[in-house]
Design a protein around this ligand. Structure first.
Ligand code: ADP
Ligand code: MG
Length: 565
């Protein structure tokens, strides 16, 4: 029976334009979607050279008849949507009928498939979109798609790709994203003959979630659960005592598909209200189920964003569900803990940076800077410093960030051999989720240059030393945040140790995380030491992110403002 047909033109025009296969990871994504749509419960993915040389996705789904197979790679052929109305009720992952066609156009594509009604399978080989051969093939029911030499004929596309490692990282993210959404399906991933990930079919979603969150964090996460006629919300959210400096671990699925929706992310963050410290983010994984007709998957070329009908309702319910879960939590938890997050290190930061090796306050350089009176903290954020001919207003966080950045740069860039390390009395085992563990393995040398060293014991990874400056910090969390922050912060490129952008970003990040925050109360002598350090620092007028650290207002300015001159 032939189930694949060319879409009517009006459907084609309704389909959002956009290229699907921009990078190997997106090809992998499309192939996984196809296998899931075909009802497979076991997928095996083999890669060579980060997917550029070879991508193979093998599934045990319902497969295709020979007739269907020969339609499948033509543009806009699909078995999933037939008329305009179908577009508003899509329950499959694919529907545009363009993935295989795009892949065929950009690679040497081989598709092998057999459905239940056929005794043998069929193998079709294509080169740059043109069929080279069609042959019968003995194989079990299911489909194998092989993409050879993707982008070979499009050098510009190939050049556009970032480093190879980032690409494998993207592919791993895609596989994990699908695996977490579909716990009942087995996934295996191999790269250059090396086993990367074997996930057996499982009834337990938690096992899969542990690929994304450290086990120690997961055990503290709070369950949310809600179901009514239309909306089902389930998941885990971080306890209010814990937070991250980035929103990278705010994960939302709608109908088994991971999506990006900053409005929903914000909704959840807002539900925490003042339980979260300023500039901090919760981490969570939320699975939302909505009727298919409420979800428009046709607004983004890769379906990473979706349109949601009656979104206000969802937002309201989500807020309630999260608030309820948090409320239960606050009743049973230690109130004191809620307001002093464990990672709060003002004291130790001060201890390390502002009390060590610092001369007592002394007036430096110019007349202009001669101190007159005590500094004054304003709104726990700014410091007002009267000097002889006016006053300075200093942003305490930006100032401290700059001081630390310069110290780090000096230690790490100019005097690398002298990076001061703090050797841990006992190695600390790192409980990192899969993705971060992969990144860390790849970034060990890079991190070593900053003073973090590691040892391994079989598959376990231990932290053995940290930069001295992080002695009292929660360095395990710090490493986790550094790794989850963004891909590009940590991809170690060349050996050259210039202030390349990666290094700058990493240093700026470390400085920011170490610096005192807006909202931290400072004592008189702490303020003085901070200001003195700032004075000693070169480039001290802006923080590493380019914001000003201080503003000078002269007596002359004051006279002018008050029209006395
Ligand atoms: P879409 O998924 O949007 O329909 P594709 O180009 O990805 O478009 O695939 C075209 C058609 O080929 C699909 O509609 C489906 O019928 C068939 N197909 C693709 N991959 C598989 C697979 N792994 N198993 C069974 N059928 C497949
Ligand atoms: Mg598809």
């Amino acid at each position: 029976m032939k189930t694949i047909k060319l879409l009517p033109p009006e459907v084609i025009s309704r389909i959002a334009a956009g290229e699907v296969i921009e990078r190997p990871a997106y090809a992998v994504k499309e192939l996984i979607d196809n296998s899931l749509d075909a009802g497979a419960d076991n997928l095996t993915i083999y890669l060579e050279n980060n997917g550029l040389k070879k991508i193979i996705v093998h599934d045990n789904g319902h497969g295709m008849s020979k007739d269907d197979l020969l339609e499948s790679f033509k543009i806009h052929t699909t078995s999933k949507v037939h008329e305009v109305d179908d577009l508003s009720n899509i329950n499959s992952l694919g529907f545009r009928g363009e993935a295989l066609a795009s892949m065929a156009a950009m690679s040497e594509l081989v598709i092998q498939s057999r459905d239940e009604s056929s005794l043998v399978g069929t193998e079709v080989k294509l080169k740059n979109g043109v069929v080279n051969s069609i042959n019968p093939l003995g194989m079990p029911v299911g489909t194998t798609v092989i993409i050879n030499n993707l982008f070979q004929t499009i050098p510009a596309r190939k050049k556009f790709l970032k480093s190879a490692r980032t690409e494998l990282g993207h592919i791993i993210d895609i596989v994990i994203s699908a695996a977490v959404g579909n716990p009942k399906i087995g996934f295996s991933l191999y790269h250059n003959q090396r086993k990367i990930l074997i996930l057996n079919k499982s009834k337990e979603r938690l096992e899969r979630i542990s690929l994304l969150f450290p086990v120690s964090k997961m055990s503290n996460m709070i369950q949310v659960s809600h179901k009514d006629q239309f909306i089902e919300i389930r998941g885990l959210i971080s306890p209010p005592t814990e937070s991250l400096s980035t929103s990278n671990k705010e994960i939302i699925y709608i109908n088994e598909r991971q999506i990006t929706d900053t409005q929903l992310q914000k909704t959840i963050k807002l539900a925490y209200g003042s339980l979260l410290p300023f500039h901090r983010y919760p981490y969570f994984i939320i699975f939302i189920k909505l009727p298919f007709e409420f979800v428009d998957v046709n607004i983004h070329p890769r379906k990473e964003q979706v349109g949601i009908a009656n979104k206000e309702n969802l937002i309201e319910e989500l807020t309630q569900v999260v608030q309820q879960a948090l409320q239960k939590y606050t009743i049973t938890s230690d109130v004191h803990l809620l307001f002093s997050p464990k990672d709060k290190t003002t004291n130790s930061v001060m201890g390390l940076l502002l009390q060590e090796n610092v001369d007592t306050w002394m007036v430096r350089d110019s007349e202009q800077n001669a101190l007159k009176g005590d500094p004054l903290q304003i709104d726990k954020t700014f410091i007002l410093l009267p000097v002889k001919k006016g006053f300075y207003l200093v942003d305490q966080h930006a100032a401290h960030e700059r001081i630390l950045y310069e110290q780090f740069s000096k230690a790490f860039l100019l005097e690398q051999s002298k990076v001061e390390q703090f050797i841990l009395s006992a190695p600390v085992e790192l409980d990192l989720p899969f993705v971060e563990m992969q990144k860390l393995t790849d970034s060990r040398d890079f991190l070593k240059r900053f003073g973090f060293t590691f040892s391994t014991n079989k598959t376990r990874l231990f932290l053995t030393a940290v930069p001295l400056i992080f002695r009292d910090r929660n360095y395990v969390d710090l490493i986790l945040e550094l790794l989850t922050r963004t891909d590009d912060v940590l991809v170690a490129k060349e050996k050259s140790f210039r202030t390349d952008i990666q290094t700058h970003k990493t240093l700026a990040y470390l400085s920011c995380r170490q610096a005192i925050m807006a909202g931290d109360m400072l004592s008189n002598s702490e303020m003085k030491r901070l200001l003195e350090q700032l004075n000693k620092t070169s480039n001290n007028t802006t923080c590493p992110h380019g914001r000003p650290t201080r503003v000078y207002v002269s007596q002359m300015d004051l006279y002018r403002v008050f029209k006395r001159k």
